[in-house]
Design a protein around this ligand. Structure first.
Ligand SMILES: Nc1nc2c(c(=O)[nH]1)N[C@H]1C(S)=C(S)[C@@H](COP(=O)(O)OP(=O)(O)OC[C@H]3O[C@@H](n4cnc5c(=O)[nH]c(N)nc54)[C@H](O)[C@@H]3O)O[C@H]1N2
Ligand SMILES: Nc1nc2c(c(=O)[nH]1)N[C@H]1C(S)=C(S)[C@@H](COP(=O)(O)OP(=O)(O)OC[C@H]3O[C@@H](n4cnc5c(=O)[nH]c(N)nc54)[C@H](O)[C@@H]3O)O[C@H]1N2
Ligand SMILES: [Mo]
Length: 917
C-alpha cells in the first residue's frame, strides 16, 4: 500500500474527497486510479442524492449525498427524513472515509501461499470474477453434495444494512449460520421476557428517575444514535440518572455515579429487591396481580446444586383445566388464574392446596432473597449498603405507585422510574441471566414496565401484537428470531444439529467461542462432521470480536476452504483462499424495514413511527466490486437452489410492513426462479408490494419513508394487550422448564454435558433468585484487578469500515485520553508501583497477555482495570493504527469454566495482574 496516513490526511484536510482526487494524490495512490484524472478538471456536474446512513447498528437515518462528477464529496442529514430530521452524527458524516478507504479490496483475490497465519503473506494474485465464482461454486457444490451442514457461514456487524440479506443458508440447507454477536453481546434476555423485544429503553419523555447498570445509554453507543439528544433533553428536563458502573461514563457525569466492582451487579440488584420487599413494602399490587405471575401458586421444593439453592418447580395447576392456580382471597380457595379480574388474588402467603403446601411466586421470590440484604451486597459490590437502600427507596418514591396519566383520552398507569436492562458490560458473566431477572423483578415491583414514564419495549403499535401461552404468560412474537432467549427450545433433540449446540444451550444467542473448540474436537460435543467450507460475509470477525484468538487461528488453518465477501482487508481475509470484493454501502442497494426503530434510539417524536428505507447506489462502484446479495443469487442459481431461495424471498423478504399488506413480496410482483433477477429487482418488487407501481419513486426524494402514524398511546404495549391474559415472569418458569429438559436429555441419552459439570450448568437455570460466586468474580492476591471493557463513540462495531476510519480515529485520538490505554485508578497504580505512561503487560488469570500504555484515571473503580474497544489488532492487511493499543479479548477465556450457560455468553469479568513490560 503506497498511500501513507500522512498523504491521506493531507488530501482530506484540503477539501474532502474531491480534493483528494487531485493529481498529487491520484499519482501517489493506486486506489484512485479508476477515476480518470481529467474528470476533476471538467465542468463539474453536481447533484444531491438521497441515501440512508449505513454507519451504525440501527441504520435508520436519512442522508443526502453530494456527488460531483460521479464522486461523492459530502454527506449531510436529510431534513425530510422522519427519523433524524436533518441530524447526523460524526460517524454518519464520515462514511466517505469507508467508500474511498485505501484498504478496500479492489479486485477478486486468490491466495498462492498455502500456508495460513496472521502474519503470513497469502501471496495474493488478482483473478477475474469468472474464476472467483467458478472456484467458490465448485467448493460450495462439493459441500452441498456431500453434506450441506459442512458449509459454515459467518456474519457479524460489519455490513449492517445487509442484515436481512437473502436467506442463503436456509436454501442451502446448512444449520451453521454463525454470527459473532453472541458471546459478548448477550443483551436480550430480560427485554425478551417482559416486553417481547430485543432491547428496552426508558420512556425519557416522562421518566424522572433512571438507574443504568452497565450500559452506555445516551453515551458511547448513544452517540451512534439519536438517543443522545433524547437523554440530554430528559436530563435537562430534570430526570435523574443513576449510573452504576465501575467507570464514570458520560451519563454518570450528568447524574450520580455509583462505582461498583466489575461483575458483581447482580448482588446489588437482588438487594434492591430485598429492600423493596422487606423494608419499604410498597409495591404495585395491581400490576403484580394482573400483569405478572406473582400470584401463581407454586410448591417450593428447593434443590441444592453446587451449594446454591435453586428452584425448578412448575406452578401448581388446576386438575381439570391444567391452568396455573392462584389463591382467591374472596373465595378463600385456589382458582385458575383467569377466573376473575385478578383484584382478589393473594400476592403473598402460603396455602394448602390439593394436599400440598404451596406459596405465591412473589412469596417465593421474597423467601429466596431474604438474606440478600444491602449489607450482604456491600461486601460483594463495594457499594455502601446505605446507597443501595437509598436507591431502592428513591425508585419507589419516584415511581408514584398508584398514579395515572391521560393520553389520547385513555387512562394509563404512570410510573416515572425504573432500571434499564443491563448492557454487555455488566451482563457478560456467568450471572448474566440472573442480573436480567433481578432487574425485571425490580421493575415489576414498581409496575413500570411498558407504561408511561417507565421502561419500554421497542416495537410497538398494532404490528407488534404479542402472543401469550396457555398459562397467560407473554410470549415474544413467533417471528422473532430472539424468542428462544426467553423461552428456550420447545423440545431438545440429541445429538446437536449444528455447532450452535442448541440442545445443550437451548436459550443461546450464538456460542461462537465454542464453535472453535468444537471444531478442534467435534466428538466431545457429539458432532460427527467438521467445517469444510467457511464463508465470511456481512462483516463478522471472530478474531477481533470474541475470545481466545489462538483457537480461532488454529481452526482457520485447518478448514479446507475459506472465502470472504469483504469490503476491506482484515483479519478474516488473512485466512481466505479467495477474497471477493464487496460494494461499499453507497455503491449498493439496500432495503430495510426498520421495525425496531425505537431500538435504543427513539426520540419522543419517533416513538411509534415505523419506517421503510430504500437506498439506490449514489455512486458507480469505485473498484471491481459486486453487491453481496447478487453473489448469493449467482451461487444459488449455479447450485440449483435458486427456486428455494426465491420461494423464501417471496414469502418473507423484509417481513410485513403495513397492516393489510402481505409479508414478503405480493403475488403480482413475485420473483420467478426461472428468470434471472438481481437484488435491485428484489428491492423494487418489495417497494411495489408496499407502494404499488410507483416502486422506487416512493423514495425518490428521501430514502426514509414513515408508514405509521405516531400517536402518544401506541408506544405502550399494554394498550394493545388486555390485563390478566398477558403476564410477565417474576418466577422464570421457562428457565426451570429448560433445566428439566436438559437434565432429561442428558439422562435419557446416557451422555455428559460437554466439558462441564451438569450441576454447574443447571444452577444457572433457576426460576427463583440465585447468587453464586464464579471463577474470577473476586480479585485475588495474584490477580488483584478486575478487567472491564467499553465501547467508544466511534470505534467498535465496524459498520462499513468505520472502526478504522482515519477521520474518526483522528478526532478520537485528539479528544479521548482513554483511547487505547490501560486504565487504572491512581491509588491502585501507587500500590502496584506503577505510574502514568508506563508500558505495561496485562496478564489474565486464564493466561492471556496483552500490552499497553498505562493511564491513571479517577474515573475508574479502584478494583478495576479498563480497556476500551477493539484495538491491538494482529495481522497484515489492516490500517497501521489498528495495531496500536491493548487487545482486550485476549484476556478472556473461551472454554466452559466460566461461561453463561443459558445465553452461552463469555465472561468479561476476569481477574488480571498488571506489571511493567
Ligand atoms: N458507537 C457505537 N455504538 C454501538 C456499538 C458500537 O460498536 N459503537 N455497538 C452496538 C451493539 S452491537 C451493542 S450490543 C450495543 C452495546 O451497548 P452496551 O451494552 O451499552 O455496551 P458498551 O457500550 O460496551 O457499554 C458497556 C458499559 O458497561 C460498563 N461496564 C463494564 N463492566 C461492567 C460491570 O461489571 N458492571 C457495570 N455496572 N458496568 C460495567 C462499561 O464501563 C460501559 O459503560 O451498542 C450498540 N451501539
Ligand atoms: N473488545 C470488544 N469486543 C467486543 C465488543 C466490544 O465492545 N469490545 N462488542 C461485542 C459485540 S456487542 C458485538 S455485537 C460483536 C460484533 O463483532 P463483529 O460482528 O465481528 O463486528 P465488527 O467488529 O463490527 O466487524 C466485523 C468485520 O466487518 C468488516 N466490515 C466492515 N464493513 C464491512 C462491509 O461493508 N462489508 C463487509 N463484508 N464487511 C465489513 C470489518 O472488516 C470487520 O472485520 O463484538 C463483540 N466483541
Ligand atoms: Mo452487540
Amino acid at each position: 500500500m503506497t498511500l501513507t496516513r500522512r498523504t491521506f490526511f493531507k488530501g482530506a484536510a484540503a477539501a474532502g474527497a474531491a480534493a483528494m482526487l487531485g493529481a498529487e494524490a491520484a499519482g501517489a495512490s493506486p486506489w484512485f486510479s479508476p477515476l480518470a484524472p481529467e474528470q476533476a478538471h471538467a465542468a463539474p456536474v453536481e447533484e444531491w442524492k438521497p441515501a440512508t446512513c449505513p454507519a451504525c447498528h440501527n441504520p435508520i437515518c436519512g442522508t443526502q449525498v453530494k456527488v460531483v462528477d460521479g464522486v461523492a464529496v459530502e454527506i449531510k442529514g436529510d431534513p425530510n427524513s422522519p427519523t433524524n430530521q436533518g441530524r447526523l452524527c460524526p460517524r454518519g458524516l464520515s462514511v466517505l472515509g469507508g467508500l474511498y478507504h485505501p484498504y478496500r479490496v479492489k479486485k477478486p483475490l486468490k491466495r498462492t501461499n498455502p500456508e495460513k497465519g496472521l502474519d503470513v503473506d497469502p501471496g495474493w494474485v488478482e483473478i477475474s470474477w469468472d474464476e472467483a465464482l467458478q472456484i467458490t461454486t465448485e467448493k460450495l457444490k462439493a459441500c452441498l453434495e456431500k453434506d450441506p451442514r459442512t458449509l459454515f457461514t459467518q456474519t457479524g456487524f460489519g455490513n449492517e444494512d445487509s442484515f436481512k440479506r437473502l436467506i442463503f443458508e436456509s436454501a442451502f440447507g446448512t444449520p451453521n449460520g454463525l454470527t459473532t454477536s453472541g458471546p459478548l453481546c448477550a443483551d436480550h434476555f430480560g427485554p425478551m421476557c417482559t416486553k417481547g423485544t430485543k432491547v428496552d429503553r426508558a420512556d425519557t419523555e416522562r421518566c424522572n428517575y433512571l438507574v443504568i447498570m452497565g450500559r452506555s445509554v445516551g453515551d458511547e453507543w448513544g452517540l451512534a444514535h439519536r438517543n443522545t439528544k433524547e437523554y440530554v433533553d430528559s436530563v435537562a428536563r430534570g430526570m435523574k440518572i443513576v449510573c452504576v458502573n465501575p467507570r464514570k461514563t458520560n451519563a454518570a457525569q450528568t447524574g450520580e455515579w455509583v462505582p461498583i466492582v466489575p461483575g458483581t451487579d447482580v448482588a446489588m440488584c437482588w438487594a434492591l429487591v430485598n429492600v423493596m420487599l422487606y423494608e419499604r413494602q410498597d409495591v404495585d399490587e395491581h400490576f403484580l396481580k394482573v400483569r405478572t405471575n406473582a400470584p401463581y401458586l407454586i410448591e417450593d421444593v428447593p434443590e441444592e446444586l453446587k451449594g446454591t439453592k435453586v428452584c425448578f418447580q412448575d406452578y401448581a395447576r388446576d386438575e381439570a383445566t391444567g391452568k396455573p392456580l392462584v389463591w382467591d382471597e374472596g373465595a378463600a380457595a385456589a382458582v385458575p388464574f383467569d377466573t376473575s379480574s385478578g383484584e382478589t388474588y393473594a400476592l403473598f402467603g402460603e396455602y394448602a392446596v390439593g394436599g400440598k403446601n404451596v406459596k405465591t411466586c412473589l412469596q417465593l421470590i421474597k423467601d429466596y432473597t431474604a438474606d440478600m440484604t444491602p449489607e450482604w451486597a456491600e461486601e460483594i459490590t463495594s457499594v455502601p449498603a446505605d446507597t443501595i437502600r437509598r436507591i431502592a427507596n428513591e425508585l419507589v418514591d419516584h415511581a408514584l405507585i398508584g398514579s395515572t396519566i391521560e393520553l389520547d383520552g385513555e387512562t394509563f398507569p404512570f410510573r416515572p422510574a425504573g432500571v434499564l436492562a443491563p448492557g454487555r458490560g455488566s451482563n457478560s458473566n456467568p450471572l448474566n441471566v440472573e442480573l436480567f431477572k433481578a432487574i425485571e423483578v425490580v421493575n415489576e415491583l414498581l409496575g413500570c414496565i411498558d407504561v408511561p414514564g417507565g421502561i419500554l419495549g421497542l416495537e410497538h403499535g398494532d404490528l407488534h401484537v404479542m402472543d401469550a401461552d396457555d398459562d397467560g404468560m407473554l410470549l415474544p412474537p413467533a417471528s422473532d428470531n430472539f424468542r428462544n432467549q426467553a423461552v428456550g427450545q420447545e423440545k431438545l433433540s440429541f445429538p446437536p444439529k449444528s455447532y450452535k449446540l442448541e440442545c445443550f444451550y437451548p436459550h443461546e444467542l450464538h456460542v461462537m467461542q465454542l464453535v472453535w473448540r468444537a471444531a478442534l474436537d467435534p466428538e466431545s460435543y457429539y458432532l460427527d462432521y467438521k467445517p469444510e467450507v467457511y464463508m465470511v460475509l456481512g462483516g463478522g470477525n471472530p478474531l477481533r470480536s470474541n475470545s481466545n484468538p489462538e483457537a480461532v487461528v488454529e481452526v482457520l488453518k485447518q478448514i479446507p476452504f475459506t472465502f470472504t465477501i469483504s469490503l476491506w482487508m482484515d483479519e478474516m481475509t488473512q485466512f481466505a483462499d479467495v477474497v471477493l470484493p464487496e460494494h461499499h454501502a453507497l455503491e449498493r442497494y439496500a432495503l430495510w424495514n426498520a421495525s425496531w426503530i425505537s431500538n435504543k434510539s427513539a426520540s419522543d417524536y419517533v416513538k411509534s413511527l415505523r419506517v421503510l428505507e430504500a437506498r439506490k447506489p449514489v455512486v458507480e462502484p469505485v473498484f471491481d466490486t459486486r453487491q453481496q446479495e447478487d453473489l448469493l443469487i449467482e451461487w444459488a442459481s449455479r447450485l440449483g437452489i435458486l427456486p428455494k431461495m426465491t420461494g423464501i424471498a417471496n414469502k418473507g423478504f423484509q417481513g410485513k410492513f403495513l397492516p393489510g399488506k402481505p409479508g414478503g413480496i405480493a403475488d403480482e410482483y413475485a420473483l420467478s426462479p426461472k428468470e434471472p433477477y438481481t437484488y435491485a429487482d428484489v428491492c423494487e418488487r418489495k417497494l411495489k408490494t408496499q407502494f404499488g407501481e410507483q416502486g422506487w419513486d416512493a423514495v425518490k426524494e428521501c430514502a426514509v419513508v414513515g408508514y405509521t402514524q405516531p400517536d402518544a398511546k401506541s408506544g405502550y404495549i399494554w394498550h394493545w394487550h388486555p390485563e390478566n391474559a398477558y403476564r410477565v415472569p417474576l418466577y422464570f418458569r421457562y428457565n426451570a422448564r429448560s433445566a428439566q429438559m436438559l437434565r432429561a436429555l442428558i439422562e435419557e441419552n446416557g451422555i455428559e454435558f460437554p466439558h462441564a459439570d451438569l450441576d454447574e450448568v443447571l444452577r444457572q437455570y433457576s426460576g427463583a433468585p440465585v447468587f453464586f460466586e464464579f471463577e474470577g468474580m473476586h480479585p485475588t492476591e495474584e490477580f488483584p484487578l478486575k478487567v472491564l471493557q467499553f465501547k467508544t463513540h466511534f470505534q467498535v462495531n465496524d459498520s462499513t469500515g468505520l472502526s478504522y476510519n482515519h477521520w474518526l480515529h483522528d478526532i478520537e485520538q485528539r479528544f479521548d485520553p482513554h483511547l487505547k490505554k490501560v486504565l487504572v485508578a491512581p491509588s491502585r497504580a501507587d500500590e502496584l508501583g506503577l505510574a502514568e505512561g508506563d508500558q505495561v503487560v496485562v496478564e489474565s488469570m486464564y493466561g492471556g497477555k496483552t500490552t499497553g500504555v498505562l493511564h491513571l484515571s479517577e474515573m475508574i473503580h479502584p478494583s478495576a482495570l479498563a480497556i476500551s474497544g477493539k484495538w491491538g489488532a494482529k495481522g497484515a492487511g489492516l490500517v497501521d493504527f489498528a495495531h496500536e493499543g491493548p487487545h482486550y479479548n485476549t484476556l478472556l477465556n473461551d472454554d466452559e469454566r466460566d461461561i453463561g450457560f443459558m445465553m452461552g455468553n463469555l465472561n468479561n469479568s476476569v481477574a488480571v495482574k498488571v506489571y511493567k513490560a
